[in-house]
Ligand binder design. Structure first.
Ligand SMILES: [Zn+2]
Length: 469
């Protein structure tokens, strides 16, 4: 129940959620929408768009809305409810009033009595377990809620900030060992930036499945202890968790200008997802190595996978990184669902490779005194901390060039055009070379990063500091 100072208002449901750059038409799930005044009389409302309903004659009147949300598909970017648990995507659940996204919100949850737990990044009201607040709708929409009988793993502190892991149907695994590894991942991520911007962080395991979504002080991840059965699947899981965690810096705080305030109607389109997603892949690879969970050869093999994915995709001749970023809304999250998938690329594959080339170029240009870490730190402190805003495409390139102390026009051609990447030059700075196996034309080309037999002192220094050794 709330009062508004306007005679005509629009109630709206977001068409997407930040972190998942696809139009979801969440309003489709709204059923039985009824609005009553303080005397319990129905107020008529007119649906004016797929996601908007108009009311008139409501100035300063208390209003009570009720509606159902139909949930059908269990997926990280959809609300889902069954007899044992509920996963609420706020953008898929809560209407907002057009023009009032900055309004503070209180959330009260009534759950079945036999569901004991709630996990969310929302701020709890003092002493209450089912009441929360959000300072505005951007915060509300950034905090999914998981309800049911949940399990909490032993939490850990990094720099006095508690990191929790709460999940649904996580299964049996060595929980102490797992949290020990996750702590090393968090420490390695934090040491890139040297700052932890929240009071508490929660990994929310929504059950077995695929995918995760980053938020300011939490992440929702598909998670099952079964994924920790083998060394390979454990590595993949730790990469995935490092990825979602690093996103609280890169994407949520270190961000393109377009990614906040959000356009909940049209989607917030940006040329820079190759940085927000691609560099987060680059860093999830590096963080797991710096955390001591994998060796150098496993790290290289992870980059080999990206290299082969990029070089064996015919889309590399048709779409640049900025086009892939901007067009993801129609090409699909991995560039594979558009009209012509052979003419698209994935910024999850090419983004981390350009990150690698850029990192080595900065290290080479500065005699290994600076690296991509300095770029990320500068973006964080300058644009997030000092100016509280995102950066433009030009400001991103400028920051890289200031750190490198030189023009990086050649590297940025790999971003703005479809020019072939010159791996040999940049990988050579760290004493790497490329080997490729000839193919009969039917099979995908196999390319491998290998080490030079006799690296120079500078090549060795760059390699060691890059590996965190
Ligand atoms: Zn991501």
């Amino acid at each position: 129940m709330g009062k508004l100072p306007q005679d005509t208002i629009l109630f709206k449901m977001p068409n997407w959620m930040p972190g998942y750059y696809q139009l979801m038409d969440y309003a489709k799930a709204v059923e039985n929408l009824v609005i009553k005044d303080e005397k319990g009389r129905n107020i008529s409302l007119i649906k004016v768009r797929n996601n908007a309903w108009r009311l008139t004659g409501v100035k300063n009147k208390p209003l009570l809305l009720s509606y159902d949300i139909k949930t059908a598909k269990q997926f990280v970017a959809n609300s889902y409810v069954d007899s044992a648990h509920a996963y609420l995507i706020p953008g898929n659940s809560f209407l907002y009033v057009d023009g009032f996204l900055n309004t503070p919100i209180s959330v009260s949850i009534q759950k079945p009595v036999n569901w004991k737990d709630i996990a969310t990044g929302l701020e709890p009201v003092n002493g209450k377990t089912t009441e929360f607040t959000a300072s505005n709708f951007d915060i509300l929409y950034d905090c999914p809620v998981l309800l049911g009988n949940l399990e909490e793993l032993p939490s850990f502190n990094v720099g006095e900030v508690e990191h929790r892991f709460i999940g649904y149907q996580m299964g049996e695994f060595d929980k102490v060992a797992f949290m020990g590894k996750l702590k090393k991942v968090v420490e390695a991520a934090v040491s890139v930036m040297g700052d932890i911007p929240f009071k508490q962080y929660t990994f929310i395991g929504i059950g077995p499945g695929q995918g995760g979504i980053e938020h300011l002080n939490n992440t929702t991840v598909s998670f099952s202890g079964k994924s920790l059965n083998t060394a390979t699947s454990t590595n993949r899981m730790m990469n995935f968790l490092a990825h979602e965690y690093f996103h609280h810096y890169n994407a949520k705080r270190i961000r393109p200008l377009e990614l906040g305030p959000f356009d909940y109607d049209q989607g917030s389109k940006t040329n820079l997802l190759w940085v927000s997603e691609g560099f987060t892949v680059y860093y999830d690879h590096l963080i797991v190595k710096r955390a001591g969970l994998i060796d150098a050869e496993t790290l290289l093999s992870n980059f080999n996978d990206k290299l082969n994915a990029v070089e064996n995709n015919p889309g590399k001749r048709h779409q640049s990184l900025i086009q892939a970023s901007y067009n993801t809304w129609k090409d699909g999250p991995f560039g594979t669902q558009g009209e012509d998938p052979n003419k698209t690329i994935s910024y999850y594959d090419k983004g981390p490779l350009v990150g690698l080339l850029l990192d080595f170029e900065i290290r080479q240009a500065t005699q290994n005194k600076k690296s991509l870490d300095d770029v990320m730190r500068t973006l964080y402190w300058q644009y997030y901390k000092k100016e509280s805003r995102g950066f433009t495409d030009a400001e991103f390139q400028q920051t890289c060039e200031t750190i490198a102390g030189k023009s990086l026009a050649t590297i940025f051609e790999y971003v703005y055009t479809t020019k072939e990447l010159d791996y040999a030059t940049y990988l050579g700075y760290a004493g790497f070379k490329l080997e490729s196996k000839p193919t009969d034309g039917k099979q995908a080309q196999k390319i491998k990063i290998t080490r030079e037999a006799n690296p120079t002192a500078q090549q060795k220094a760059i390699l060691q500091s890059w590996l965190g050794e």
